[in-house]
Design a protein around this ligand. Structure first.
Ligand code: ZN
Length: 501
């Protein structure tokens, strides 16, 4: 995939700072990380403003209220946003201020957010113009920020008591020069009304559902259009859909804290990229869907692994991203399967199945297990699960047995009833890896009428790892290293199969 971008990426690696990590050799996926949110902001600034900046915005790292409206002004002034503690600058922020060498620093927020101690510390760095935009509350801060911006016909209105909606629309608002004004859910603050009047706004974009911005507030706005959603993730996705935003690149930030999305939003605006949100460990459905729908392939991940885990990255850019695979460990419960040399088939295949699960998930696939412990789902249960889940493919894992102790080797079965060609290709792909990794006899790929592969209506295969009735094979089936090899073979078989389609 996207091999043509490899040379671009090589150049890129030399250009960007070490904090910007190239994640995959096959795409322009980067992560801007840092030890904490201060450093993430610094590294964003470093990437977006390599030659310094005339102006810098400084906001409290922990109190989003005053910072929500900052992005459009920052973009307008071509300024990065850096973070500060309430009463002192961090070393990282101080060093970045010195590197950027600005003439102007604008502190957004009142004394409650950023104390005069910080203002004095910035002045002490030799920066000539240090000013503050403040107000008695977040609504007034947003109003004051809007007053600094050039005229515009439209304004964005977002819920002021939480951050995700305002930040998701921030790059769009910034690029178009629309200020972000804030509101309560049930009534519009006086300063917001005043801002609408002063700016003589003709149209407004409301971000968030009716619980965030009530119809009562909505109806007071000039020609309002609402972009809502069931949760923050869906709102962010709907912003892309409704406004038909450019998605050549998308930023991915945690939806649980504001800092990475805020400081990244100015860079996102500069790259004409939207910001999508994720939970730290699981990729929300709304985010997953919009990525698939828009075919987004280039990503900028904001923050460290605690904010956007490697698992999330895999789910988005892994070689099996977006696929749902059913892994079926054969037998179980009262049905031990075949036995030999102190081994029960049901135990061997469950262990291998769990190893397969981990490997496939790490490559971005969503895995459905037919069983995860010593239970016995019927063959019908297993098939129904796969069909109900609308899985993309199915693998059933077994160990073989024969009355002849000499019989040995690995084999993989398919059935022609549904997706015959695909099933056969998947079987071949897995079999090719399996006998090599297991160092077993290659018994090849065969068609058979096994219930679970005949009735699953997707590409499906049944793997016989090796013979539990053969001394040499059974020794491997009992060995954790060979079980891992077997899992690796099945995993690699899927990767190779899907890479050819
Ligand atoms: Zn079996």
């Amino acid at each position: 995939m996207k091999r043509s971008l490899a040379s671009f990426l090589v150049v890129f690696i030399f250009l960007i700072s070490s904090a910007v990590q190239a994640l995959a050799a096959e795409g322009t996926n980067e992560r801007i990380q840092g030890a904490d949110r201060f450093e993430v902001a610094v590294n964003i600034s470093n990437k977006g403003w390599p030659n310094g900046s005339d102006t810098v915005l400084l906001v409290n790292y922990n109190a989003y209220a005053d910072a929500l409206s900052a992005t459009p002004l920052a973009y307008n002034l071509k300024a990065p946003i850096l973070l500060t503690h309430s009463a002192n600058l961090t070393d990282a922020t101080k060093a970045e201020l010195q590197r950027l060498h600005p003439q102007n620093v604008i502190i957004v927020g009142g004394e409650g957010s950023v104390t005069s101690n910080v203002l004095n510390a910035v002045t002490a760095l030799g920066i000539p113009n240090v000013k503050r935009i403040s107000g008695s509350d977040r609504y007034e801060v947003a109003y004051q920020v809007a007053k600094e911006m050039p005229p515009s016909d439209k304004v964005v209105v977002a819920y002021g008591l939480n951050f995700p909606d305002a930040l998701s629309i921030a790059p769009y608002a910034a690029r178009n020069g629309y200020p972000i004004l804030l509101t309560n859910s049930s009534n519009m603050p006086a300063k917001t009304q005043e801002a609408l009047a002063i700016r003589n706004a003709k149209e407004s974009i409301v971000v968030g559902g009716e619980a965030s911005v009530s119809p009562a507030v909505f109806n007071q706005l000039p020609s309002p259009m609402r972009i809502g959603g069931a949760d923050r993730y869906e709102v962010a996705a709907n912003i892309i859909k409704t406004l038909n935003l450019n998605t050549s690149t998308a930023f991915i930030a945690t939806g649980l804290t504001f800092a990475d999305a805020l400081t990244g939003s100015v860079l996102a605006a500069g790259m004409d990229a939207p910001v999508l949100l994720t939970a730290p460990k699981s990729l929300p459905n709304a985010t997953k869907s919009i990525i698939a729908e828009k075919g987004i392939t280039n990503f900028m991940f904001l923050g460290g692994l605690g904010s956007v885990s490697q698992n999330i990255v895999s789910q988005i850019v892994g070689s099996l991203a977006g696929l749902k695979i059913v892994v079926d460990a054969g037998h179980g419960g009262d049905d031990p399967g075949a036995s030999g040399y102190g081994l029960d088939e049901k135990e061997v295949v469950l262990d291998v199945a769990k190893r397969v699960q981990l490997k496939l998930e790490a490559a971005g696939a969503t895995i459905v297990m037919t069983r995860e412990s010593d239970t016995y789902p019927t063959l019908e249960d297993r098939v129904n699960l796969a069909n109900d889940q609308k899985a993309d493919s199915f693998v059933s894992i077994h160990a073989n047995s024969s009355l002849s102790p000499a019989a040995s080797g690995s084999e993989t079965y398919w059935n022609s009833k549904y997706f015959g060609n695909e099933s056969k290709a998947l079987a071949q792909s897995i079999q090719t890896e399996l006998y090599k990794q297991m160092d077993t006899k290659d018994r090849g790929v065969k068609e058979a009428d096994f219930y679970v592969i005949k009735n699953t209506n997707m590409p499906s295969v049944l793997v016989e790892l090796a013979f539990i009735s053969n001394a040499s094979d059974a020794a491997k089936l009992g060995d954790p290293n060979y079980r891992e090899q077997a899992a690796e073979a099945i995993y690699q078989g899927f990767v190779n199969y899907y890479s050819k389609r």
